[in-house]
Design a protein. Structure first.
Ligand code: CUA
Length: 215
């Protein structure tokens, strides 16, 4: 039989819902509530937030701070870039510039560092490969992250913010060595270019962690 606007098709939609439909509706609704609650819970407990250390910094001052950091803790070179091994617990400076990350960092597994990220020219993106860890690197701002490498190995910093024709070449390196490898060097004579804020107490991010999957 034809169904038209005048003679509607025979259907079942006016019959009351089956009991199982109510069950599924309830399950879906409860699941919505759980997901909704996960947003604030994950914000507070998920260990995924930045450390809240940030300050304005003049790009040239940051460049100078990186230079002093290299001077203080350089132990060699890696592919033409300075290889720097800061002592555990220290402030670590990483400069993004078209199109390199300076210096190459050698960090110790299990040690906590405060990693300062900034750019001296334009926006870059800090992505620690192969982990799904991403931060903006913005000129004029020192962005501090408390990091504790949990896995030894050789990791890459990939720029994930388009920054010109050399963007795809902007790859840096972090080497994580077993504990006790780094010589305890004398602390830097100078003061950090920006002091870590004590507010927003330490939330520790793990740099490479078992939890990290491929991006
Ligand atoms: Cu730096 Cu893309």
């Amino acid at each position: 039989m034809y169904a038209t606007g005048v003679t509607p098709p025979k259907g079942v939609w006016w019959k009351p819902a089956h009991g199982s439909e109510k069950v599924w509706f309830t399950i879906a609704f409860v699941w919505c509530l759980i997901l909704f609650a996960m947003m604030p819970i994950w914000h507070m407990r998920g260990g995924q937030n930045p450390s809240g250390i940030r300050a304005k910094v003049d790009p040239e001052a940051f460049r100078a701070r990186v230079a002093r950091f290299i001077q203080d803790y350089q132990i060699g070179t890696d592919n033409g870039l300075p290889l720097v091994a800061p002592p555990p617990g220290s402030d670590v400076y990483l400069q993004g510039a078209m199109w390199s990350w300076t210096p190459v960092l050698q960090l110790e597994q299990g040690a906590e560092y405060t990693l300062h990220l900034s750019s001296v020219d334009m926006n870059h993106g800090f992505n620690l490969y192969p982990f799904n860890i991403n931060f903006q690197v913005v000129p004029g701002y020192d962005y501090g992250l408390r990091v504790t490498p949990t896995e030894a190995g050789d990791f890459r910093i990939v720029c994930n913010e388009f920054c010109g024709v050399g963007h795809h070449l902007m790859v840096g390196k972090v080497i994580v060595v077993p504990p006790g490898t780094t010589a305890t060097a004398a602390p830097s004579a100078g003061t950090p270019v920006t002091a870590p804020t004590s507010a927003s107490a330490a939330r520790t991010e793990a740099i490479p962690a078992a939890q990290g999957g491929a991006p």
